[in-house]
Design a protein around this ligand. Structure first.
Ligand SMILES: [Zn+2]
Ligand SMILES: [Zn+2]
Length: 406
């Protein structure tokens, strides 16, 4: 539980900090940096966090880990995480006209600007409430969520969270499917493994008018894209959540040339490594069969991505308790099923108990109902009241490390 006096203070402080969080978010939004290139963002964050009295560590080239210690620093050590990277894309959308990205080829279209501003708001609240803080709070501003190997993996492998004695970790993601003031929660599997494959189908180039003298990789690719759909439909238990998508296909240069090869990139989504490895084998077997049948060849590469996000039951209960205590019984909505998107928060959950939740940021008024990674992706900034108070509330919750659920 959170003491009643603190409950009131958290809600009030989050409301007071709204203008700051909005300003921070818009600053970050205008100055997005793609995965592992978050140099300016890291400098900017380090300055803000040091001003607030945090001890700031830099275990990775970009990103940072900030620490604040309460009265009994070892009594409980809770980590809260935000990812800070932007996507390599261009954005659109009139709702963001006043603070559109100034960096060509980079845009915050996954809400990580909001995650960062929100956790910074939480940092300010914890620093204001320092004399009421029992244990230690570790704020993880991680780089590179959008790109392998995953900043979550790099921070985990740096060992800093173990060195700081972290006992549990929590994180959130903006959600266009939930309204501001709502959060989405689920126990156990929450987000899928996003594994990747790259396939080249290799034929023999030639004149488009003499296909019998060439080996056409475009025809091979057409067969492959159709046939690969059978992996999900014919090789996997229909009750098991799995997606296979070819997301990029590239071949040919002119209407009258048969190219040498067609290159494809795709993703495999599942909830277990065994399933994903099996799917990769099936994909390669299909590619091999098609290449052989056509008299061509292939090259196939499969890369394991992030693990699945599997929430700890009691940590999900803590999130729900904080949501209900701070914002009432209708705040936390149980997600009917996991989502097939991936999240490198999964790496932390391989080392520590904890949970991830969705923060409602979708509304018509903010034009923020677009899906993650859409060029018009936006958030309703009203969500910060819930987001920042939730994160601070989790840090102050007596059961946040699993010891005392009271
Ligand atoms: Zn994303
Ligand atoms: Zn994201």
């Amino acid at each position: 539980m959170i003491p009643p006096l603190l409950t009131q203070q958290l809600k009030q402080r989050a409301t007071e900090l709204m203008p700051d969080m909005i300003q921070w978010r818009r600053h970050l939004h205008q100055h997005p940096e793609i995965s592992y290139k978050e140099f300016e963002t890291t400098k900017w964050l380090t300055t803000r966090l040091e001003e607030m009295g945090f001890e700031v560590h830099h275990p990775t080239e970009t990103g940072c880990v900030a620490v604040i210690r309460g009265k009994a620093p070892q009594s409980r050590v809770v980590a809260l995480r935000a990812d800070i990277d932007a996507l390599a894309m261009e954005e659109t959308g009139v709702a963001k006209a006043d603070f559109r990205s100034k960096n060509p080829g980079a845009a915050h279209c996954c809400g990580h600007d909001a995650h960062t501003a929100n956790l910074l708001g939480c940092a300010r609240m914890l620093s204001d409430l320092r004399d009421q803080l029992e244990g230690t709070v570790v704020l993880v501003f991680q780089p590179g969520e959008e790109k392998l190997p995953g900043g979550g993996r790099l921070i985990s492998e740096s060992g800093i969270l173990h060195t700081l004695g972290v006992q549990a970790i929590y994180g959130l993601h903006t959600s266009p499917a939930h309204a501001p003031g709502q959060i989405g929660v689920i126990k156990g599997p929450m987000m899928a493994r996003p594994d990747e494959f790259a396939l080249d189908l290799i034929g023999k180039g030639g004149h488009a008018a003499a296909p019998h003298l060439a080996i056409d990789p475009i025809v091979m690719a057409a067969q492959f894209v159709s046939a690969v759909q059978t992996v999900r439909s014919r090789s996997i238990n229909p009750l098991e959540p799995v997606v296979v998508t070819v997301g990029k296909i590239n071949g040919g240069t002119a209407h009258n040339v048969i190219p040498e090869k067609v290159s494809m990139l795709g993703t495999i989504r599942s909830f277990s490594r065994e399933t994903s490895n099996f799917i990769a084998q099936r994909i390669e077997a299909i590619a091999a069969g098609i290449a052989q049948g056509a008299g061509g060849s292939y090259s196939f590469k499969y890369d394991e991505g992030y693990p699945a996000v599997i929430n700890t039951d009691w940590a999900t209960d803590v999130i729900v308790d904080v949501a209900e205590t701070l914002h009432g019984p209708d705040t936390a909505l149980w997600m009917p099923e996991p989502v097939m998107g991936g999240e490198d928060f999964a790496f932390y959950l391989e080392h520590f108990p904890g949970a991830f939740f969705l923060l409602g940021t979708g509304s018509a008024k903010a034009d923020s109902l677009w899906s993650w990674h859409h060029p018009r992706y936006n958030i309703d900034e009203d969500a910060f009241v819930t987001g920042a108070s939730m994160m601070a509330g989790i840090a102050l919750h007596a059961g946040a490390t699993g010891g005392n659920h009271g």
